[in-house]
Design a protein around this ligand. Structure first.
Ligand SMILES: CC[C@@H](C(=O)O)C(=O)SCCNC(=O)CCNC(=O)[C@H](O)C(C)(C)COP(=O)(O)OP(=O)(O)OC[C@H]1O[C@@H](n2cnc3c(N)ncnc32)[C@H](O)[C@@H]1OP(=O)(O)O
Ligand SMILES: [Co+2]
Length: 138
């Protein structure tokens, strides 16, 4: 199994509005997408489009948000996860399970509308890792 393209870098932020405004200054207003709420995943987010990938700004949503613990340890926010694309999510999931990696929760639908899963940072060199099935184009 080989991971594909780096799709996005997730950054946890205490205020999505403030972070979106900062990234609009850095990358241009047209690069910053509209906020999206994913209540079932406990986050409000927006994507920033770069020439070679995306940044995903993540604000906690609801008491059970997985972002709460990170922001408690890093109140100003910071780099939260990397996301890699794979062609087939089930095959990638099975491969990581065979390697003994701790998978965090079930395969679910991510912000790009394709299936995703997360691998514990302790099994990925200290980096929380999201695996997503690549969107099919055309
Ligand atoms: C909806 C959009 C979707 C997309 O399509 O792109 C997303 O990206 S959603 C993003 C948010 N969702 C998730 O992060 C889901 C998976 N995350 C989790 O299950 C938890 O956040 C976690 C990774 C298990 C951490 O839980 P938490 O309660 O905050 O911490 P722990 O106390 O369990 O931490 C254990 C250990 O791991 C270290 N840690 C925690 N988070 C990170 C991180 N982001 N990067 C690196 N290391 C991390 C933490 O410091 C602890 O270390 P020790 O103190 O040394 O034990
Ligand atoms: Co993500």
């Amino acid at each position: 199994m080989k991971l594909g393209r780096l799709n996005h870098i997730g950054i946890a932020v205490p205020s999505l509005a403030e972070a979106a405004a900062r990234h609009a200054q850095l990358h241009g207003a047209e690069a910053v997408g509209a906020p999206i709420e994913m209540a079932e995943q406990g986050v409000r987010l927006c994507f920033v489009d770069l020439p070679n990938g995306q940044i995903e700004l993540l604000e906690p949503l609801g008491a059970l948000s997985p972002i709460h613990g990170f922001l408690a340890r890093n109140p100003a926010g910071g780099q939260h996860h990397l996301c890699y694309e794979v062609p087939a999510i089930e095959a990638a999931h099975d491969w990581f399970v065979e390697q003994g990696a701790r998978i965090l929760g079930p395969i679910r639908t991510g912000a790009h509308g394709t299936p995703i899963f997360f691998i514990h940072p302790k099994d990925m060199g200290g980096v929380l890792t999201e695996i997503m099935e690549a969107p099919r184009h055309g």
